[in-house]
Design a protein around this ligand. Sequence first.
Ligand code: 5GP
Length: 207
Amino acid sequence: MNNKGIIVVVSGFSGAGKGTLMKALLSKYDNYALSISATTRNPRPGETHGKEYFFVTKEEFEKLIAEDGLVEYANYVGNYYGTPKAFVEEKLDQGKDVILEIEIQGALQIKKKFPKALLLFVTPPSVDELKKRLIGRGTETEDVIHGRLLRAKEEGQGIDEYDNIIINDDLDTCVTTMHEIIQAAHYTPDRNVEFINSIREQLSELK
Ligand code: 5GP
C-alpha cells in the first residue's frame, strides 16, 4: 500500500470550532502533522509566534510569495494567510497525514495542485450556533465578526467542492468521524495506483 501521507484540508466557517477540533484530533492520534501557517494578522491574546501561526509583516509575507515558499495563500478579511511549503513536503515524506486548516480559496488551490488531497468542511449544526460561538469567543470586534459572517455566507456557496462535511456538534464524535474519514481515504483506488498496478501485473501473469 501507499505509505506516503496525504494532504488533508480542513475548512469551515470562522467560529465553527476547527481549532479545538484540530487540537483534539492531534492529541488523540499519532499520525497527523498540523501545518502552521504564516499570517499578517495580529496575534490574539494567548497566541504565540510559531505555535498557532508565524506572525509576519506584509513585506515578509510578500517575500515568501516571491521565493515560492508557500504551497497556497489567500487574502482573508484584510489579511494574508499562507501555508509554508517545506513543512508539508517533509511530513508527507515521513508518511504523516498533513492537515492544513485553511479557508476556501486556499483549499481550491490545493485541490488543483494536489488532486489527491482530501477536502473536509466543518460546520456547526446551525447559523445561530455559529453566531453564538463567534460572539462567545470575545476576541473580535463587532465589525470583524460581521465581516466573518458575511464571509461565511460566501463560503457556504463553495461547500460542494469538498469531499466530506463534518458537523461539529459533539466534539468527541466529531474527532472520531474525522479520523475515520481520513483513514478511509487511504484506501481509495486513486491513492493506491502503484499497488493496483502491481496487482494487475501479477494478474496478467495468470494463465
Ligand atoms: P483566523 O484569523 O480565525 O485564525 O483564520 C481566519 C481564516 O483563515 C480561517 O478560515 C483559517 O482556516 C484560514 N487560514 C489559516 N491559515 C491559512 C492559510 O495558510 N491559508 C489559507 N488560505 N487560509 C488560512
